[in-house]
Design a protein around this ligand. Structure first.
Ligand code: MN
Length: 339
């Protein structure tokens, strides 16, 4: 079978490896059907991921059909359509013991620390997959995992319908967060540098969009919130200066949710956090968000389709990466097909 493997930074190849044969009693064999390309896959490709190890079969946003089940697998059958949870945790450390296995002390993410889903077949423990409706297209189902990221942000930010939310960044992650925020019923502003992305944000339901290359985000935020600031700010770009900015424009008793994997320090005065009693919260992966998000998808309560800008066959991975990196205006989520 073929897999997309990053052997070392900048060295990506489609290579032939033996098809997995052995499926243990509690495992299943999945024929991958579609997988989304994420910014973090590109970081692994370029050698700028702070966590990845090499060589690595990348891809963590993937769905497929079960083609074999182990002898002790009862709730899953050959032919079932499933989405894969990329998080692998120990189940025993402190974070695992309080239900936060996404930040397990030895967390491993498929496609990052262990081999992932850009492969024709993958063997998985039965507990790592969730059944999805057969009526979802494979391409849209590949968006389930990114929506678990959004559900986690909403959870970490304690977002309710009373909130006014600002999302920094209208890339695929900013846009999935926007959908979940609007589903909750909060007011939502989105800022980005690219007009085309902001137009999409508007179509998806943003109450206001801000082009931060032409408009002053702080001025607009304070004008729109009677001088109070937003009650929740989501930093979905990953830039120290944006982290600094959102601290200033978040209301007293507000929350700041950060998703960036940036190790450059920010200059944040302690005063801002103390006097407004701000909560600054990281959001990484998800804690048990698949059941909820799968339900939303099966019931068609979300709108993933407008986020898919391009679909490529997996053998065209290099063309797909080129497009994402050279045309950020026209690309949103790019999905690979495996059929
Ligand atoms: Mn991702």
């Amino acid at each position: 079978m073929k897999v997309i493997r990053v052997n070392s930074p900048k060295n990506l190849e489609i290579c032939d490896v033996p098809e997995p044969e052995k499926v243990d009693s509690e495992e299943i064999l999945v024929k991958v059907k579609a997988a989304g390309i994420c910014g973090s896959d590109l970081h692994i490709y370029h050698g700028t991921s702070p966590v990845a190890t090499y060589p690595r079969v990348i891809g963590h946003e993937f769905v497929g059909e079960i083609v074999k089940v182990g002898s002790k697998v009862e709730d899953l059958n050959v032919g079932d359509h499933v989405v894969v949870d990329p998080v692998v945790s120990c189940g025993e450390c402190y974070p695992c013991s309080i239900g936060r296995n996404n930040v397990c002390a030895s967390v491993k993410v498929r496609g990052v620390h262990v081999d992932g889903g850009f492969a024709e077949y993958v063997v998985l423990p039965k507990t790592s997959v969730y059944k999805i409706s057969d009526e979802l297209s494979w391409e849209e189902a590949a968006l389930i995992e990114p929506f678990t990221i959004a559900a986690q942000v909403a959870d970490r930010g304690g977002i309710t319908e009373k909130d006014s939310v600002l999302i920094m960044g209208a890339g695929p992650i900013g846009l999935v967060i926007l959908q979940v925020v609007k589903k909750i019923g909060a007011k939502c502003m989105v800022a980005d540098l690219i007009d085309k992305r902001l137009e999409l944000a508007k179509e998806i339901g943003a109450d206001m969009v801000i082009n931060s290359s032409k408009q002053d985000v702080s001025e607009i935020v304070f004008a729109e919130t009677n001088g109070l600031g937003v009650t929740v700010a989501v930093e979905a770009v990953g830039l120290p200066e944006l982290f600094e900015k959102v601290i200033k424009i978040t209301a007293p008793a507000g929350r700041i949710v950060v998703l960036g994997f940036v190790d450059k320090p920010s200059q944040i005065p302690e005063l801002e956090i103390t006097k407004k009693e701000l909560d600054v919260r990281g959001s990484r992966l998800h804690t048990n968000k698949f059941p909820q998000v799968v339900k939303w998808f099966n019931n068609r309560e979300l709108n993933p389709k407008p986020l898919i800008s391009h679909v490529f066959h997996f053998t065209e991975i290099k063309e797909a990466i080129n497009l994402i990196e050279n045309n950020s205006t026209d690309t949103c989520k790019v999905v690979l097909r495996f059929e």
